[in-house]
Design a protein around this ligand. Structure first.
Ligand SMILES: Cc1ncc(COP(=O)(O)O)c(C=O)c1O
Length: 463
């Protein structure tokens, strides 16, 4: 066996990946193998001796493939999962092959420069302040955490407290205000930051899960001192956006930092026909969003965007004697993320923005929304099926027979039939089928075939 690693594996993987992608649309939407089966396939003693690269990769493909969920398929409507577009995947492969450590500009000049360009493009696409700073992180969970770190830093700085140096012991109390239908991962950020998930003051929401501006004003009138308000663009079940035009001035008047979790909903801004849904979001102080949802990058792509780059850097920057600082206007990628050594995430983002262009992104977002409406209307016409809330974006919920058990049974049958994949959620204490149309690959024909499958499965439960 040769001492140098085999480069054949790269070509081997390219062939296998292309074959997988060309078959995935016809693939069943439920993995054939379950966790326990895959575990049994992979389990074995720790290898004591070096292996053969091509054999290792062949084994990986053979053993894992039966348990790969077809989430890049065109009829996948579970959770909010983008299509992992081949151009983004190709850029991501190069990222891995180049093996850049995008922690600093000297180690990775191209990665740093491409992040700078992609950051500017993102601000333009999302129509956010062009001088905001952008951290390229793993996803919206971490983007929320980064933005809330900058928020915590700034609201405490204004109260004369240096949280980076002195921590939270003895600090002025930070009030956190959040909508009742916020995403679970925002609470993770509060946990990591010592702000406490349970301490947040909850603002009432409307039937779609959007914050009631008057209730926010009531909550704000009851508190003072450093305050962070967490709003959202794109409620996970309804797609609803908070009324930013009303809540942003209320936050400003109170001196509060307004953060927006816009994991997918912020992309409405990139689509002229839907931009009004998130009107006023540009008035916020920070925004979290994902590339691996509506920009269709492969996984490991989110963006933490902060109006005040100083606050962003104060919360995140790392310095050490052996790390050369960026010079002049050079971007230091690690200054905006909670990592030092890291993947060069800018390449895939840059490639996907080039792939679609501004017009292509707008078309894709609109197509997903139109397909969601079409599917919802088609299914709501079926006796016994209720569309729980009107569709405004790409997310919608269905309920079957106005009954939790029948709804769960229908979901199980749809998953068994495998034409498409859908999952359950709870909404206002009741079980629903929740669908997300988030893949660029989904066509109207896919939507029709999927709606037919859902209707067929429901009839088999109902009759
Ligand atoms: C509104 C919202 N916020 C945050 C997240 C978490 O994003 P990620 O899983 O990319 O970390 C999601 C994921 O679906 C989401 O929909």
């Amino acid at each position: 066996m040769s001492d140098s690693p085999s480069l054949q594996v790269l070509a081997q993987v390219a062939r296998a990946a292309a074959a997988y992608r060309s078959e995935v649309d016809a693939a069943e939407h439920t993995p054939v193998a379950r966790y326990a089966d895959i575990l049994a396939e992979f389990a074995g003693p720790l290898p004591e001796r070096p292996g053969d690269a091509e054999q290792i990769i062949a084994d990986l493909i053979q053993k894992a493939t039966p348990g790969i969920r077809a989430s890049t398929g065109r009829r996948f409507f579970g959770w909010v999962i983008g299509g992992s577009h081949p151009t983004g995947v190709a850029a991501d492969w190069l990222t891995a092959a180049w093996g850049q450590n995008a922690g600093n500009v000297l180690a990775a000049p191209a990665a740093s420069a491409v992040e700078a360009v992609a950051a500017g493009w993102l601000l333009d696409l999302l129509d956010l302040p062009r001088d905001a700073s952008v951290g390229f992180v793993t996803g919206a969970t971490v983007a929320n955490f980064v933005c809330l770190s900058a928020a915590r830093s700034e609201v405490l700085r204004r109260s004369g407290w240096d949280v980076e140096a002195d921590g939270l012991y003895g600090a002025p109390k930070v009030e956190v205000v959040i909508g009742a239908d916020a995403h679970a991962t925002v609470y993770s950020g509060l946990k990591y930051l010592g702000l406490g998930a349970r301490r947040a003051r909850v603002v009432a929401t409307d039937a779609d899960g959007a914050m009631l501006a008057e209730d926010l004003e009531r909550v704000l009138s009851e508190i003072d001192g450093p305050t962070i308000v967490i709003a959202q663009a794109g409620q996970i079940n309804t797609g609803a956006c908070d009324p930013f035009k009303a809540i942003a001035p209320a936050c400003r008047a109170h001196g509060a930092w307004l953060h927006v979790d816009g994991a997918f909903g912020l992309w409405a801004r990139a689509c002229p026909k839907r931009a009004h849904l998130a009107a006023g979001v540009e008035l916020a102080d920070s925004w979290a969003t994902d590339g691996h949802k509506w920009l269709q990058t492969p996984y490991d792509s989110g963006y933490a965007i902060v109006r005040d780059p100083e606050a962003h850097r104060r919360a995140m920057a790392i310095s050490a004697s052996y790390l050369p600082p960026a010079e002049g206007s050079e971007r230091d990628p690690s200054a905006y993320v909670p990592e030092l050594s890291r993947r060069a995430r800018g390449f895939a983002t840059w490639a996907m923005i080039r792939q679609f262009g501004r017009a292509g992104i707008a078309d894709m977002v609109e197509r997903c929304c139109a397909v969601a409406s079409e599917m919802a209307d088609r299914l709501a016409a079926e006796p016994g099926v209720a569309l729980v809330r009107p569709v405004t974006l790409n997310q919608f919920m269905l309920r079957f027979g106005d009954d939790d058990a029948m709804t769960r049974q229908t979901i199980a049958r749809v998953q068994d039939e495998s034409v498409c994949f859908v999952g359950p959620a709870d909404w206002r204490g009741r079980t629903v089928m929740r669908l997300s149309v988030s893949s660029a690959a989904t066509t109207e024909a896919d939507a029709a075939a999927s709606a037919n499958s859902i209707a067929r499965c429901w009839r088999s439960v109902r009759d």
